[in-house]
Design a protein around this ligand. Structure first.
Ligand code: FAD
Length: 490
């Protein structure tokens, strides 16, 4: 059997292991941490369980597809439900809005709470669907680095529709044209943060994202986001994939411009194919440092990072649901701080994710597990200890004002994740959540390909390469990459 070695057990590494095992490869995964999943992991503190990173789950069919590919029933491994309300939005002036996943209910809610004419919201959702229908087949499901992609009929149709696909305006400009209510502009601008970008710079093409939430739906795995990792990890082991934990790869071994294996703790492991799931920038700085460096790719601006307080809260709040957003009063200033000043605005938009609203086992009775997150700049060596202290005060004051409570007195356990720790735990360059930012309209073309053009038998998957960050795109990176291999005969 041919052997494939995978560096990293992030969600794309696990998905790649399944796809290659299914193609007949003998697959081994080397993971630096003692656990699988990378960013998609979980933490437990004193009776509280928290998903460590991702909290929003869209496109579940990409997970199910992996079970089906292996001839298994997804339900034997993984259960999830569709959310009725995608997110609860709160503003300082007392306005509250529930973003129902049913587009008609959402349209009614926006009209009732924000006075937005229903045809505006309908138009926004249908534009989002239009972008999805025309761009997904090209940018999400294929390699951008193979000629056949560009001579495909989908590509030819897209060239003719550049304007309608939002390439020539920013997300904020497009949303201001669509909506009367500044609150709705803010709500739709927030989708830029789903891949760590700035709505005042990123092209309106990213208005593709609301389609995923409103027209297709947002979902919650029965046992939390971590179940995506644990169920796929189990499937890959059932298919015979071997995992080596606490094994940090030191070098990709290259001979005559062919990857021939990896070196771990001084030992060499040989393979026919090497697949890198580690962040591409840090990979070139470490395990590929002797190889020719793709300089333009390496210097692309990175996406934003996050500051998270995992709080065990000894009370329940009936007005809070799984996803809750407490908006900043000045969104433009907030993003200027994140992307231009490299600092944290004193009135940040606060996201609180509470899985105990959907799975009571995640917090002790009468309590809630608050994953409290703000978007922050990626790590450029700022004074994080001081910034974290100030941000904590600002976040608590904001939640106190809007929820009319005293959050600090309710916190019974606390753990903090910041950009430095994200880089330390997962090797992401600058602690960025989603690899390169999409602020530039050419960003999609400036991501690393799913293979090396210089070194044969070396492939790439994960959030820092094509098609980009976030769970669905990481799963697609594994699909595009493994599509480059033929099925092996026994
Ligand atoms: P990663 O998760 O980056 O894992 C890479 C793995 O490689 C790690 O396990 C690391 O230890 C290992 N590794 C690195 N170097 C080596 C080495 N030398 N040897 C061996 N192993 C190595 N996405 C969503 O879809 N929805 C969300 O709501 C969402 N929210 C997020 C919130 C936070 C706080 C974070 C951090 C991310 C969020 N994301 C979200 C993004 C999502 O988590 C990532 O895009 C995705 O999980 C990245 O997966 P990956 O396959 O690229 O690998």
């Amino acid at each position: 059997k041919k052997k494939a070695l995978i560096i990293g057990s992030g969600i794309a590494g696990i998905a790649s292991s399944i796809r290659l095992a299914q193609k007949g490869f003998n697959v081994e995964v080397f993971e630096a941490n003692p656990y699988p999943g990378g960013k998609l992991s979980e933490i437990q503190i004193d009776g509280y369980r928290f998903d460590a990173g991702p909290s929003l789950f869209t496109m579940p069919e990409l997970v199910e597809e992996l079970f089906e590919l292996a001839g298994k029933n997804p339900k034997d491994y993984f259960e999830y439900q569709k959310l009725e309300v995608n997110c609860h939005y709160f503003w300082e002036d007392g306005t509250r809005l529930q973003a129902y996943s049913d587009p008609d209910l959402f349209i009614q809610e926006a009209e009732k709470k924000l006075g937005e004419p229903s045809d505006h919201v309908k138009e926004a959702l249908s534009k989002s669907e239009y972008i999805y229908e025309h761009l997904a087949p090209l940018f999400m499901q294929r390699s951008l680095h193979e000629w056949k992609t560009w001579t495909n009929p989908d590509a030819l149709k897209s060239y003719l529709r550049m304007g309608k696909l939002g390439i020539f305006s920013t997300m904020n400009e497009a949303n201001k044209k669509l909506f009367d209510s500044p609150k709705l502009v803010q709500l739709f601008n927030r989708y830029a943060t789903y891949n760590g970008s700035n709505p005042y710079e990123t092209p309106a093409t990213l208005n593709i994202i609301p389609h995923l939430e409103f027209n297709q739906g947002a979902f919650f795995p029965k046992n939390g986001m971590h179940e995506i990792t644990s169920s796929l990890f189990k499937l890959s082991k059932d298919l015979g994939v071997q995992y080596h934990f606490n094994k940090k790869v030191e070098e990709v071994l290259v001979e005559n411009k062919h990857a021939i294996g990896v070196q771990v703790a001084g030992e060499q492991y040989m393979a026919d194919v090497v697949i890198n799931n580690m962040d591409m920038v840090n990979a070139y700085k470490t395990i590929l440092k002797k190889q020719s460096q793709p300089k333009t790719l390496l210097k692309q601006p990175k996406s934003s990072s996050a500051l998270i307080f995992y709080w065990g809260i000894r009370r329940t709040f009936p007005e809070l649901d799984l996803h809750n957003i407490f908006f900043s009063e000045n969104y433009l200033e907030e993003f200027d701080h994140i992307f231009k000043k490299g600092s944290i605005y004193h009135d940040p938009t606060v996201y609180v994710n509470i899985t105990s609203t959907h799975n009571s086992k995640d917090a002790p009775e009468g309590s809630m597990n608050w994953f409290t997150m703000i978007n922050v700049p990626n790590n450029q060596g700022q004074n994080w200890d001081q910034m974290i202290q100030e941000a904590k005060k600002d976040i608590i004051h904001k939640l106190n004002r809007i929820l009319k409570t005293d959050v600090e007195s309710l916190i019974e356990v606390e753990e903090i994740l910041d950009p430095r720790k994200i880089e330390f735990k997962t090797s992401s360059a600058n602690g960025a959540l989603y690899g390169n930012s999409s602020n530039n309209k050419f960003a999609a073309f400036l991501r690393h390909a799913n293979y090396s053009s210089k070194i044969k038998n070396l492939y790439f998957c994960g959030g820092s390469v094509h098609p980009g960050g976030g769970i669905p795109l990481c799963l697609l990176s594994a699909k595009i990459m493994s599509g480059m291999f033929p099925e092996l005969e026994d």
